[in-house]
Design a binder for this molecule. Structure first.
Ligand SMILES: NC(=O)c1ccc[n+]([C@@H]2O[C@H](COP(=O)([O-])OP(=O)(O)OC[C@H]3O[C@@H](n4cnc5c(N)ncnc54)[C@H](OP(=O)(O)O)[C@@H]3O)[C@@H](O)[C@H]2O)c1
Length: 283
């Protein structure tokens, strides 16, 4: 099986590279090596490689910055999704796209399923929703996985931010009124691989199980890593972030469960595993 990974230096992209290296014929491209906005080069590369699967991990992911950089967020998440989907279709390949819990507005107070209507609050959320639409539109052989609050070894994430902040602060303020599910890159990769092996298509919510708040999540991180810092719970309004976030964005892996495909663990178990594997590497 020939697999192309786009955005291979990101959090999720690099996890895919590690996992698939010894399982498939792998062609991974970082942003520098292949820009998904360059349609001509995408066509050239895909035509030569003739992949079976294209995994699009390339994205604009800075939620607050996107409010000021709408054009580049739109280009990357919407036009880039169109390009990679269209070119994968041209070479008879499946396209895989990752979306987010931030496509929902957070007014529901039970987990969001694939049946719920998206209504994003932020530019980032809007561009990801349009990215889903473009992925579907240009290649019927698509998989779309919606994930949330992602963390992994490489790249920037909440765990690393807490570690970094704890080195220069005695106390850190963390919001306690946004509810969601931390999700480990390794689990997303394994779940995606299950779907690839069984040749599934369509839309799947694919977060770890359970839920928490950013505050409770940070407490777990501090305890687990013995960080010498106090965590102070605050309300979202106090943070004055540029982008609005959903107050509640727990994803129910409804389709995965209905089809007996769900292998996502509880977020606590996944986090435990992550710390056991990498504890020494980022402290
Ligand atoms: N992070 C989260 O909490 C989260 C939550 C839900 C869903 N997701 C989704 O999950 C996916 C993976 O996220 P992630 O956290 O792994 O993101 P990430 O760490 O920010 O990685 C994204 C990668 O895409 C690359 N990239 C940006 N523009 C590109 C372009 N035009 N052509 C090729 N590559 C480009 C970036 O390279 P440069 O850095 O060099 O520009 C970066 O390596 C994304 O679709 C994201 O929307 C993420």
């Amino acid at each position: 099986m020939k697999v192309i990974i786009l955005g291979s230096n990101g959090q999720l992209g690099s996890e895919f590279v590690d996992f698939l290296e010894d399982k498939v014929d792998l062609f991974s491209f970082s942003h520098k090596e292949l820009d998904i906005l360059n349609l001509r080069v995408l066509i050239e590369k895909f035509s030569v490689i003739k992949p079976d699967i294209v995994i699009n991990c390339a994205a604009y992911t800075n939620v607050d910055k996107a409010e000021d950089e709408e054009d580049i967020a739109y280009l990357t998440n919407v036009i880039g999704a169109r390009n990679s989907s269209y070119v994968s279709y041209k070479v008879n390949s499946k396209i895989i796209f990752f979306s987010t819990d931030y496509i929902f507005n957070g007014t529901k107070n039970s987990p969001y399923t694939e049946l719920d209507e998206p209504n994003p609050l932020s530019i980032y959320g809007k561009t990801k929703l349009l990215g889903e639409i473009n992925t579907k539109l240009y290649n019927p052989n698509h998989l779309i996985l919606r994930i949330s609050w992602l963390y992994g070894l490489k790249g920037i994430n909440f765990i690393k931010k807490i570690i970094d902040l704890s080195k220069v602060n005695e106390a850190i303020k963390v919001v306690d009124d946004q509810i969601g599910t931390p999700t480990y890159t390794f689990d997303v990769v394994k779940q995606t691989y299950e779907l690839i092996k069984k040749d599934y298509v369509g839309l799947f919510h694919s977060s770890n199980e359970g839920f928490t708040t950013w505050y409770q999540f940070s407490i777990k991180i501090v305890e687990k890593l013995n960080l010498n810092v106090e965590i102070i719970p605050i309300k979202t309004e106090e943070l004055k972030q540029k982008a609005k976030r959903p107050k509640y964005s727990v994803l129910e892996n409804y389709n995965l469960k209905l089809e007996n495909l769900n292998i996502m663990r509880h977020w606590n178990e996944a986090l435990e595993d992550f710390f056991n594997k990498y504890k020494g590497k980022f402290i």
